[in-house]
Ligand binder design. Structure first.
Ligand code: SF4
Length: 248
């Protein structure tokens, strides 16, 4: 056999490595600091029972909690059960939520999920992810929020804030929300799992903001991988305005 016809040894397929996380010690410190900062975290969506929370979460896709609350205050005053929602009808629901993005589709889903809850679940919001995700307009993220908030399950729903904080800090890196969720499931110590969802959302919303993370006042900056950290604007302005460049 000539050299050119000799078979090269087959290469071993490259192993797909999970992205590196911070390790258990730093992860523990991050959650302890976030928990100390907000001892009693809650959703900022207004609701009175599982059904109103389910509707509020379903409406919150691509909308702010403030915007959803504004709409649901009036909506829930007249329709806070599946029966009343059906009596109000799709047009009636749409009238109340027109200020929210994707309102047409959301109105359709609210009516359809109310009907399904009555038909298949005896008028009650189901408790499992499998059942919840059979409801129109309810995906894994909405199901996770409902399970965590009203049924006390240690689920973590990855929204835009959690996705950003998990990647920036190195806590649970991932390219997609599902990857980040799996990573968070893996690294979050059991005692922090129930609150993790809220702590990470609120931290992303108020401190680790999308455009400019406020690192100078961040309680987890010490363990966060993100660089360069945003400096305190007060100390930056104390340095005074930049001297104008000299003309050559
Ligand atoms: S240090 Fe900065 S980037 Fe890191 S979590 Fe805090 S605010 Fe976000």
């Amino acid at each position: 056999m000539t050299e050119s016809t000799q078979k090269k040894p087959a290469r071993k397929p490259a192993k797909k490595r999970a992205p590196r996380t911070l390790g258990p010690e730093k992860t523990e410190k991050i959650f302890a600091a976030l928990a100390h900062d907000r001892p009693d975290p809650k959703t900022e969506l207004e609701y009175s029972d599982p059904f109103t929370l389910l509707v509020a979460v379903a409406l919150s896709a691509q909308a702010t909690d403030v915007g959803v609350n504004k709409a649901t205050r009036k909506l829930f005053a007249i329709a806070d059960t599946p029966e009343k929602m059906l009596a109000l009808g799709e047009e009636g629901v749409a009238e109340h939520i027109k200020t929210i993005g994707l309102w047409r589709n959301k109105a359709k889903n609210v009516i359809a999920l109310s009907q399904k809850i009555l038909d298949d679940f005896d008028g009650k919001v189901p408790r499992t992810r499998e059942e919840l995700t059979t409801l129109p307009g309810v995906g894994r993220k909405t199901a996770n929020v409902v399970m965590n908030e009203v049924f006390g399950e240690p689920t973590i729903a990855v929204d835009t804030h959690i996705f950003r904080v998990s990647n920036r800090t190195g806590l649970a890196p991932g390219k997609t929300p599902d990857e980040v969720e799996a990573s968070l499931e893996r690294v979050t110590p059991p005692e922090w799992k129930k609150g993790a969802h809220h702590w990470l959302i609120l931290h992303g919303r108020y401190v680790c903001k999308a455009r400019t993370p406020e690192c100078w006042r961040c309680v987890i900056a010490e363990w966060c991988k993100y660089t360069p950290k945003t400096p305190d604007p007060a100390s930056v302005s104390a340095l005074g305005p930049k001297a104008p460049k000299k003309k050559k």
